[in-house]
Design a protein around this ligand. Structure first.
Ligand code: SF4
Length: 217
């Protein structure tokens, strides 16, 4: 059954309300002020990047321009959360890493009571799986519309094989791990992600959206 325009409007309102609420309740860093989402994104990316990351790559993964990221990085350096060092693969380039102070901030942010994590505690597994599925679909659509690039979601990854395992409980396959997995294990940000070619991305998005099972072999 197709959802009516009114239903979609209500869903859009709910999503916008939630975004506003999370912004307003944004997690507070040690500066005692709400942390802007881009700063929180940089903390998370660098906490996962053991060997550091260049600013251009970070901007791509955050879906913003290097120029908009630049001010955020200056602020975070002023807080003493990040450090720059030469990239051993190219002496002219600089790598960014978290300082010990930055790691402490990132650890605080992972505490269950913080931000969106605090709200998600109320969801049961089936609801969490539905949320992760919807997030993949919405991020996929944002990428199709050219609103985002560089996000490391399963839909959009060259290793993602939706509904290809033949196992109803764990219907997808990850070509990187070789393992089947279900919606509950969909990754919104995966370090092993590699970008799919545009035609594979489009086919996977549609297959995932329509829940097309793999034909029996
Ligand atoms: S490598 Fe990561 S993003 Fe890609 S399909 Fe596997 S789990 Fe998903």
């Amino acid at each position: 059954m197709h959802a009516s325009g009114k239903t979609r409007e209500q869903a859009a309102t709910a999503l916008e309300q939630l975004t506003r609420l999370l912004r307003a309740q944004a997690w507070h860093g040690d500066a005692g002020r709400p942390m802007p989402p881009v700063q929180a994104g940089v903390l998370k990316l660098l906490a996962d990047a053991r060997h550091g990351m260049r600013a251009a790559r970070m901007a791509e993964q955050l879906g913003i321009t290097p120029a908009s990221l630049s001010d955020t990085l200056k602020t975070m350096e002023a807080h003493g959360w990040i450090e720059r060092s030469p990239d051993p693969r190219d002496g002219r380039a600089r790598l960014l890493r978290l300082s010990w102070k930055g790691h402490a901030q990132a650890a605080l942010k992972r505490q269950p009571g913080q931000g969106a994590l605090g709200l998600l505690q109320v969801l049961e597994q089936a609801d969490l799986a539905a949320l992760l599925r919807c997030t993949q679909l919405l991020v996929g659509e944002a990428q199709r519309q050219g609103l985002a690039t560089g996000l490391r979601t399963c839909v959009g990854c060259k290793f993602f094989r939706p509904f290809a395992s033949g196992d109803a409980a764990r219907p997808h396959l990850c070509g990187f791990t070789g393992q089947p997995f279900g919606d509950l294990e969909l990754r919104a940000d995966c370090a092993e992600h590699e970008r799919a070619e545009p035609w594979d991305f489009a086919a996977n998005r549609e297959r995932f959206r329509q829940r097309i099972p793999h034909p029996a072999e």
